[in-house]
Design a protein around this ligand. Structure first.
Ligand code: AMP
Ligand code: MG
Length: 424
């Protein structure tokens, strides 16, 4: 009798495992971005993904205005060779224009943001002016026509495209939209993400631990990573390792959510109900990835009525959960939300630790990077790298990426790092 080998985090290279990039591409190929749209008041749109093209209804700024506190003048009337004296005929404040029309030999006192008076195209900043008395100033022959003036539409021209579909709204975007007088936006609805842990050894905080039992920490790291995204979170707790419980959890989760995440129940020696349940309720798209940690990972889809939920069966080991979430679930949620593929940022750094590795899989070692006083990035590993050693993640501010063909790094070599979003 031949027994089928179940993959685990400790397996060596397997020929039928797929690469990290293949896995990422397959996920993106399968997932269909959210189509549901809602209209929200401007402030509520922060971090949501835009579902409409925004073109500007107005010029920003709407009028030619002054960039400085100073004096508005006609460029043709500036002194050419010698200083010249002028009459101050009025004042223009921001929001309170001056009705005076400048003739030769005249200037208008103007404040920053004040609309340029008729006949003026230049502002001389007040620090460059000699004030003779309340109505008289002298200018030297050192100024240029057009200086210190903001043109109408200089920031945003009326009718120009400002923000495109799929854009995640930032703080600066909110400011721009407010400056255009836009009160509401069409945005995509937020993805709903359900997650639960599986494992008879798991206890919740507050319970007393029996022999061999551990507290469920994966739901806390998953919750925390999801909390930083623009998603609705559905925490379904710990589900016992029985066929019936897992089946009903899958059905409930896929009725409510766009993405269902589980942790545990997919490695060596498990009474493994995750895979058969997924098979019964939907499709399994892949199973093994040549990476460490995170080798045993399931991606699939669950079909309930007209709703499809995308399923991620993450490994149980706490570090593997975080690594696979960041490498696969994060880009999947981004694509689901926006229809856009987002590549994680990587940087080059000098590695001060010797790193051991076997060729044939991508490794995500945990590292601490910093910038030296001369601007160089250096990285060291956090210490023990076991996939159950969660302190390796909490000490780290980046992954050190060791690609498939790499068979180790000597201290002093250059490596690629992937900073954690919180460290950028
Ligand atoms: P499994 O994939 O279920 O075999 O789990 C692999 C390892 O991760 C085992 O040592 C589990 O006890 C541990 N583990 C599984 N789920 C969790 C969890 N929710 N929190 C903390 N550790 C877990
Ligand atoms: Mg388990």
């Amino acid at each position: 009798m031949t027994t089928k080998k179940i993959p685990s985090c400790n397996d060596s290279f397997e020929a039928d495992a797929i690469s990290v990039n293949q896995a990422r591409n397959r996920i993106i190929d399968e997932i269909k971005p959210i189509k549901g749209i809602q209209k929200l008041a401007l402030r509520s749109c922060l971090n949501h993904f835009l579902a409409e093209e925004i073109t500007s209804p107005i010029d920003v700024p709407s009028h030619i205005n002054s960039a400085m506190d100073g004096y508005a003048i006609t460029g043709d009337d500036l002194p050419v060779d010698a200083p010249k004296t002028y009459q101050v005929i009025g004042t223009a404040y921001a929001g309170k224009p001056s009705n005076n029309i400048c003739q030769k030999g005249q200037v208008v006192r103007i404040m920053t943001g004040g609309v340029m008076p008729k006949g003026c195209d230049t502002v001389i900043m007040q620090e460059m002016v000699e004030v003779v008395d309340d109505t008289t100033i002298t200018l030297k022959a050192e100024h240029k026509t057009g200086q210190n003036v903001r043109q109408a539409g200089e920031d945003i021209a009326k009718g120009s495209n400002i923000l495109s579909i799929g854009r995640q709204i930032t703080a600066a975007d909110l400011g721009i939209l407010a400056s255009l007088g836009i009160a509401e936006l069409q945005v995509y609805r937020r993805p709903r993400v359900a997650f639960f842990s599986t494992g008879d050894e798991l206890r919740s905080i507050g319970d007393t631990l029996g022999e061999g039992e551990i507290y469920d920490s994966n739901r806390y790291t998953l919750y925390a990573m999801l909390k930083q995204l623009d998603v609705e979170i559905l925490d379904m707790g710990v589900i016992p390792d029985t066929k019936e419980d897992i089946h009903s959890a899958f059905v409930n989760a896929s009725e409510m959510a766009d993405i269902v995440i589980t942790s545990g129940g997919v490695s060596v020696g498990e009474a493994d109900y995750i895979k058969p349940t997924l098979k019964a309720l939907g499709d399994t798209h892949f199973w093994k990835i040549s990476m460490k940690p995170g080798r045993p990972l399931t991606f699939g889809s669950l079909n309930q009525d007209s709703n499809t939920a995308w399923f991620f069966g993450l490994p149980g080991n706490p570090v593997a959960v975080m690594v696979t979430f960041m490498q696969f679930v994060l880009p999947a949620i981004h694509y689901l939300s926006s229809g856009k593929v987002k590549k994680p940022i990587t940087l080059k750094a000098k590695c001060s630790s010797k790193l051991y590795k076997r060729a044939g899989r991508t490794e995500y070692q945990r590292g601490i990077f910093e910038q030296t006083s001369d601007g160089e990035l250096i990285v060291k590993r956090t210490g023990k790298q076991g996939s159950g050693i969660l302190t390796s993640m909490s000490l780290a501010n980046c992954f050190i990426l060791l690609f498939e063909d790499c068979d180790g790094i000597e201290a002093g070599e250059s490596v690629e790092i992937q900073p954690f979003p919180s460290s950028l």
